[in-house]
Design a binder for this molecule. Structure first.
Ligand code: HEM
Length: 400
């Protein structure tokens, strides 16, 4: 055989395999009637398109554009190396919530799972229920109402330091200092975190690598985040060591913060979390509680600046509550309950600008939704579930 014909054979074979691969996918997609959409580039999928929309402050744009393009309330995409279906609208929310542990279960991207190791994000079924219950026995209104005076003190210090007398305040970066101080105090009783710049800079490196590709190579954000998470764990470990002594010697109370709560309270099986589980769950809470609160406060400020009539009503309500209090008396739960108008404003802000763009679910089995087939990984090409939660426009996603 001539040399050029010989050389052409592997190329032809590769083309044939490629053709067969695409035909097989096409046939599968056809038979299974997968949702419309594009899986984007190999591996990266549509990750960068989503991230650039999020960086421009319009993560919803990514979803809306595709809903319109495909004229569908469910579409497929690929994000962070995982194929997904995005469930949109209140019907999507309802479907996913009512199918928990039936057709879908909680799922998180691999970067989050690797960084938050033995925390709630890596638990499923009964184990997840028990850990969730354990966290919620502290994070419930009955307990949190006792922290209102502490939150008030932190807010006053924050306002006096960062707002009072300033011509201009850059809200998003400034309120971050408040939510961070609050988280450190409520979770670990660290009362002056701003002075602990090491802890703060580690925390920010950790946050930066949480949602992204989980490539653990020097120089990547994920690698930095892994390093930062380990350094934070070391810090928390030292605090745990001291706290155990303080609890034993009654210098600390079992309800003074989430750390004491987790050290002193067993789950419903009578098992105490290990030190590693405690550290990982505190890291999870720092992540889950910090950016959400920061984003809500920033949006609230933006709406108040844009809507002076709303601002004036909020101000009037706050001034009235403050006038009824004695000099130096801190805010109590009863005062918070009087903030009816302010609470409605906060709820409306959450509805209009929800701080969380979406959440995830994994498909446990093949199922139908909106006349499309959502396919689980074990059975075929596509898997995993993710759900996005928006109170106002209500969408939710599930990876196919
Ligand atoms: C406006 C504020 C907040 C919003 C909008 C918000 C929203 C969400 C959403 C959408 C999820 C995913 C739920 C799911 O997949 O079913 C979630 C999970 C979670 N959030 Fe929040 N969150 C907020 C504040 C907080 C705070 C302050 C904390 C802790 C102090 C917290 C702790 C958690 C935890 C631990 C999880 C995982 C729960 C689980 O797997 O059951 N969140 N949050």
């Amino acid at each position: 055989m001539e040399l050029d014909k010989l050389l052409a054979m592997p190329a032809l074979l590769a083309l044939l395999l490629l053709y067969l691969h695409f035909m097989r996918r096409k046939i599968r997609n056809g038979i299974q009637n997968l949702p419309p959409g594009s899986s984007g580039w190999p591996i990266v999928g549509e990750t960068f398109k989503f991230i650039s929309a999020a960086r421009e402050g319009t993560p919803v744009r990514f979803i809306q554009e595709r809903m319109e393009r495909y004229d569908s309330r469910v579409f497929k995409t690929s994000f962070l190396g995982d194929p997904m279906a995005v469930f949109c609208g209140t019907a999507g929310n309802k479907f996913l919530f009512s199918n928990e542990n039936k057709n879908v279960q909680v799922w998180w991207p691999s970067s989050i799972k690797k960084l938050l190791r033995s925390s709630l994000v890596n638990k499923v079924g009964d184990e997840a229920k028990m850990t969730r219950r354990l966290l919620l026995t502290f994070l419930n209104p009955e307990i949190l109402r006792n922290f209102v005076p502490k939150m008030d003190t932190i807010a006053q210090i924050h306002i006096n330091t960062h707002w009072q007398g300033k011509e201009q305040v850059v809200v998003h970066s400034t309120v971050q200092k408040y939510t961070y101080a609050l988280a450190c105090s409520l979770f670990l009783s660290i009362e002056d975190p701003l002075h602990d710049s090491k802890f703060s800079s580690r925390f920010h490196r950790f946050l930066k690598g949480l949602v992204g590709f989980s490539i653990n190579l020097p120089g990547t954000r994920f690698h930095q985040a892994m390093k930062a998470a380990n350094e934070i764990r070391e810090e928390i470990k030292k605090i745990i060591k001291q706290r155990k002594v303080d609890l034993e010697e009654k210098r600390a109370s079992p309800s003074q913060d989430i750390l004491s709560h987790l050290l002193a309270t067993p789950d419903s099986n009578g098992r105490f979390l290990t030190e590693i589980e405690i550290m990982d769950n505190i890291l999870l809470l720092l992540f889950a509680g910090h950016d959400t609160s920061r984003s809500t406060l920033s949006s609230l400020m933006r709406y108040l600046a844009q809507l002076p009539h709303v601002y004036n009503k909020v101000l009037a309500e706050q001034v009235e509550i403050s006038r009824a209090k004695g000099e130096g008396e801190s805010l109590q739960w009863e005062d918070v309950q009087k903030m009816k108008y302010s609470w409605n404003v906060a709820s409306e802000v959450l509805r209009l600008s929800p701080p969380v763009t979406g959440a995830y679910r994994e498909a446990l089995r093949d199922f139908s939704y909106a006349d499309y087939t959502i396919v689980a990984l074990d059975n075929l090409l596509f898997t995993r579930g993710s759900q996005a939660l928006r109170e106002s426009r209500g969408f939710r996603r599930v990876e196919v």
